[in-house]
Design a protein around this ligand. Structure first.
Ligand code: 1PW
Length: 232
């Protein structure tokens, strides 16, 4: 992977964070997961002011989880100090599975009404990640002439309609679709990941897509095992 001088978004950083996230056989560390989102936000911001605006929503979701993590950490420190107990590795918001366990044990997850739990917030990021994964996968296809000629704007709209749009109301869908209209053309995306041709882009994008897939699948299973795929 090439380093692009002077660019805020670096695909190598994104890949590094994504690959640092999977832990043990079925868990995902939250720090690198959120760091991956930081990098994806830079990517989205580079796509223009309209997309940047909706990516602020993603940023606020990552901030909610980070806040919860910070509070839990302070609490944990207190417990350790008061009772002279050893800090546990699987405590609080270390990983998605520790977060689920922590929030369930502390009654922080509401299955019937909207709250600001880490679980329901992560679910929003999780759904958005599937969309990004599909979009990057389509953008990275290097098969037929037809595939290579499809505009990022169309790909974005189609993958959105197949994934995240199901979870959005009419107003949000319209706003999102408006943002896609102003999407740059393929050469701009090549610059973003520092390549010159579609076949080079395919190599880079496929590596990113594989890494996203691994993280996405693990989170999907963890949320599903706890009946958390529809949290309000
Ligand atoms: C290359 C693709 C570019 C797409 C940019 C990715 C941003 C996706 C986020 C769209 C957000 C639209 C506005 C907010 C919607 C929220 O209602 C929704 N949030 C998400 C992340 O889907 C649900 O969150 P909520 O309202 O239940 O807290």
């Amino acid at each position: 992977l090439r380093v692009c001088p002077g660019m805020r978004f670096q695909v190598a950083d994104l890949l590094a964070h994504l690959q640092a996230a999977p832990v043990s056989t079925n868990d995902v560390l939250l720090k690198p997961y959120l760091a991956s989102w930081d990098e994806l936000i830079k990517f989205l911001e580079a796509l223009g002011p309209m997309v940047g605006l909706i990516s602020q929503e993603i940023e606020s979701k990552t901030a909610i989880i980070r806040d919860l993590a910070q509070k839990a950490e302070k609490e944990a420190e207190k417990i350790v100090k008061d009772r002279k107990r050893k800090p546990q590795l699987s405590f609080g918001y270390t990983s998605i599975r520790s977060m689920i366990k922590w929030e369930l044990e502390n009654g922080l997850v509401d299955f019937h009404k909207q709250t600001n739990s880490g679980c329901r917030t992560l679910l929003r990021l999780h759904r958005a990640l599937l969309w990004l994964q599909n979009f990057l996968q389509e953008l990275g296809k290097d098969g037929s002439e037809e595939e290579r000629l499809r505009s990022p704007s169309d790909l974005c709209k189609e993958t959105y309609q197949h994934t995240l749009a199901h979870h959005h109301n009419w107003w949000v869908r319209k706003a999102a679709e408006l943002a896609f209209l102003a999407m740059p053309e393929r050469p701009y995306f090549y610059q973003l990941v520092c390549v010159e041709t579609q076949s080079e882009a395919a190599v880079v994008l496929n590596r990113v897509v594989r890494a996203i897939e691994e993280v996405y699948e693990r989170n999907e299973v963890a949320l599903q095992e706890h009946g958390m795929l529809d949290l309000p």
